[in-house]
Design a protein around this ligand. Structure first.
Ligand code: ZN
Length: 165
């Protein structure tokens, strides 16, 4: 993706108030992110680890969503799959994250959940730049470009649910 500036990022959020957008903690390593290998920019707030953010490019410009990590529930399977990039993780490598819906639906307390790589590094797992150990990724006969397209489609599907009324 094309590198985003702090201004681009703050202007992109669809499910935050203006005050929240102003205060949210941006990644400190923004200029060093491997932009060319990213399908979306994702990060956790180092000061508030239950807060996570992702920003994706769309036809309408950058779209950002603020997420909250759900507390891990007891008895949950130790192995789980990211619903965006389909990478398997053990332990807490995948988290349920919830996004308040945009607009009125969000004000009424509605949210959408998604299981996603806890470190939001889906793009790097897809490209083999980050590993989860044996069995992290299924061997598939489709190309990297197809995997990237599928991840993007999963992400767009999630964003559509966030902005749907
Ligand atoms: Zn993932």
């Amino acid at each position: 993706m094309v590198p985003l500036t702090e201004h681009d990022i703050r202007a992109s959020f669809v499910n935050c108030t203006k005050g929240e957008t102003k205060r949210l903690a941006l990644p400190r390593d923004l200029t060093e992110r491997p932009w060319a290998d990213l399908d979306f920019l994702g990060w956790r707030d180092p000061a508030a680890p239950q807060r996570a953010y992702l920003v994706v490019e769309s036809d309408q410009g950058a779209v950002g969503v603020a997420l909250r990590l759900a507390a891990p529930s007891a008895g949950r399977a130790r192995r789980s799959m990211c619903s965006l990039c389909l990478t398997n993780h053990s332990g807490d490598g995948v988290s349920l994250m919830t996004a308040r819906k945009a607009g009125r639906a969000g004000q009424q307390g509605n949210s959408v959940g998604v299981y996603i790589c806890t470190d939001l590094a889906c793009s790097l797992y897809l490209r083999g730049r980050k590993q989860t150990g044996l069995g992290g990724r299924l061997h598939e006969s489709i190309t990297l470009a197809e995997k990237i397209d599928r991840t993007r489609a999963n992400l767009v599907g999630f964003l559509d649910k966030v902005v749907a009324g």
